[in-house]
Design a protein around this ligand. Sequence first.
Ligand code: CTP
Length: 398
Amino acid sequence: MLAGKHILLIIGGGIAAYKTLELIRRLQDQGARVTPVLTKAGAEFVTPLSVSALAGTAVHQELFDLTAEAEMGHIQLSRSADLLVAAPATADLMAKMAQGHANDLASTLLLATDTPVLLAPAMNVRMWQHPATQRNIELLKGDGVSFAGPNEGSMACGEFGPGRMAEPEEILAAIAAELADGPLQGKRILVTSGPTHEPIDPVRYIANRSSGAQGAAVARALRAAGAEVVFITGPAAVRPPEGVQVVAVESAREMEAAVQAALPADAGVFAAAVADWRVASASDRKLKKSKDGLPVLEFAENPDILKSVSQMKEGRPGLVVGFAAETNDVVENATAKRRRKGCDWIVANDVSPATGIMGGSENAVTLISDDGAEEWPRMGKDEVARRLADRIAAALAG
Ligand code: CTP
């Protein structure tokens, strides 16, 4: 996946630095070459010897290192890579970057570079939440810097919250997304995903069992194939993929507005399990128990997002792909659904509880198009997504 790519990996000072050793391994497994840079604080957590042994090359540590300068000056070092990654990226490193400081090797490399930069922040939760850190992140995003994580969870310091460094696998996915030069380069694709929540009152809602796993996998695969992805997601159980533009929504109507705002696009993949109905007049106060009997909820029909995009007269994406969640007569129902909605393809799946597909990690789908129904064997949702991304790439190229 990363064959021939060169990563300049800056290891900052944080307990998460041990995970970066694993990242070096994973990058090499993917065929990437890693040039490691260890900051002074980073060397308090992992040794130069373990870093260079894993990377199979010398580790750079000093700004004023005559031997290193004689071999490759730091300016050249900062530009010879395809991507600069800092993991863990500390609050201090990000502050230096945001202000343009260059007082050690890591900050100098980051200032002197003209290659893309990806940061995997790791710090105490209060440091992460501090307005100064958040301000720096906004500045860095504005400068075009990308981020992987941080994750939420319990931390080495005993606190809980955002600030844990993303897992090596997640950083790897973000790196792959940054370096994607696949067949969907230059294509803009929107993906809807997850369930929608339809409010009953301010504290209650109607939902469904979609985890958002299939939609997230599709977005990840499209991004890995080089597409610019707008990922419009309801309240899903899985994390959105790295490297995509995330638009978080709750209800079907919010999802529709987000889709309209994200157009135009070369393709749209509608994997969300959108609620067909909403409560006609959701209460703006919490419904209370009353002697007068049970509340009666009246429903109104939600907009059909897939249908309205499929039937757009102007600005319709070149390829519109729907999903069909069925519990019986899958191919028959999905074929009729494709015709009714007017989309180009339907990815149909059987969501009866016995299949374990809804909320599970596997899927068994049938791709329905003008060419008929093509049954795919049961496989991981990631694999379904990769195959679909390949098909989409072929269709958009043709
Ligand atoms: N969909 C949508 N907007 C809706 C309902 C569904 O965009 N209001 C999309 C889904 O994202 C999916 C496809 O339409 O791509 C089919 O969803 P599904 O729930 O299977 O179909 P329904 O339209 O709900 O049809 P039915 O109730 O007949 O199963």
